[in-house]
Design a protein around this ligand. Structure first.
Ligand code: SF4
Ligand code: SF4
Ligand code: FES
Length: 249
């Protein structure tokens, strides 16, 4: 039977090292299968977070050969097995143990976003294209791979002034919903730090749900912030038309 070598991070936030294991490889295996084999045979105390093994719960995020991946969606036959496969925890978040990170900062960011506010000034009827747009944002499985790869968070740590791409996607889902009455542009500008994003698209490249994070979420939100807070022509137009009837949350 074919074998592959794996180098897996063992340790915590203070100290750790790559430990090498050999795994018997069968057709169709993914990286998470190999980690489970290592747990079963060599390292029962190896910590790894997972739930669905179907790329839907967002739990098994890690860095495989230096690339942010869902371990349950990364097939071994797509990796060069003549070299050891290196599996490390996400770099942007503090390691709890081995491959498990503390991602709780993300949930704190989420709490700061005002929830959906139903409009009362119009009939609840909207177009299919509005539904399609909102559903793209709602595909997010909160794997936080985009948060992990975004250089603003990765290089500067958990930045209080920048929410990260996952939460810009969440705000886009609310702001572009035709039946939402909230206005989160001030929050985007002042607290979520949308100006820090320089549209590198790294977040889009790693999203396992293929959400067009930069083109469909961040750029439209940046345009809204500019229209509402910086564009003098739009300010004058709003003065005469009464402005958007979305209220700041
Ligand atoms: S496009 Fe913006 S949010 Fe996405 S990775 Fe680049 S800087 Fe971060
Ligand atoms: S937007 Fe994509 S990469 Fe980011 S948390 Fe959601 S599913 Fe993961
Ligand atoms: S185990 Fe659920 S996404 Fe990988």
């Amino acid at each position: 039977m074919k074998e592959a070598r794996f180098q897996v991070y063992r340790g915590d936030a203070k100290a750790g090292k790559l430990q090498e294991y050999t795994v018997a490889v069968e057709e169709g295996m993914v990286v998470l299968d190999a980690i489970h084999r290592i747990q079963a045979k060599d390292a029962p105390d190896l910590a790894v977070r997972w739930n669905c093994k179907a790329a839907k719960c967002g739990s098994c995020s890690a860095e495989v050969n230096g690339k942010p991946k869902l371990m349950c969606k990364t097939r071994l036959d797509d990796l060069p097995l003549e070299e050891p496969v290196v599996v490390k925890p996400m770099k942007t978040f503090p390691v709890v143990k081995d491959l498990v990170c503390d991602v709780s900062w993300n949930f704190e960011v989420n709490k700061r976003i005002p929830k959906f506010t139903p409009r009362k000034d119009r009939e609840w009827r909207w177009m299919q294209e509005d539904i399609d747009r909102v559903q793209e944002y709602r595909k997010c499985i909160e794997c936080f791979l985009c948060q992990n790869v975004c250089h603003v968070l990765r290089e500067h740590g958990e930045k209080p002034g920048f929410a990260g791409p996952r939460f810009l996607v969440r705000v886009a889902g609310l702001e572009t919903h035709p039946m939402d009455a909230g206005n989160r542009t001030k929050l985007l500008k002042d607290e979520m730090g949308i100006g820090y994003c320089n549209i590198t698209k790294c977040c889009t490249e790693v999203c396992p749900e293929d959400i067009h994070i930069t083109d469909n979420a961040i750029i439209p939100l940046k345009e809204r912030v500019v229209d509402e807070h910086y564009d003098p022509v739009m300010k004058v137009i709003r003065l005469f038309t009464g402005g958007s009837n979305k209220k700041e949350g």
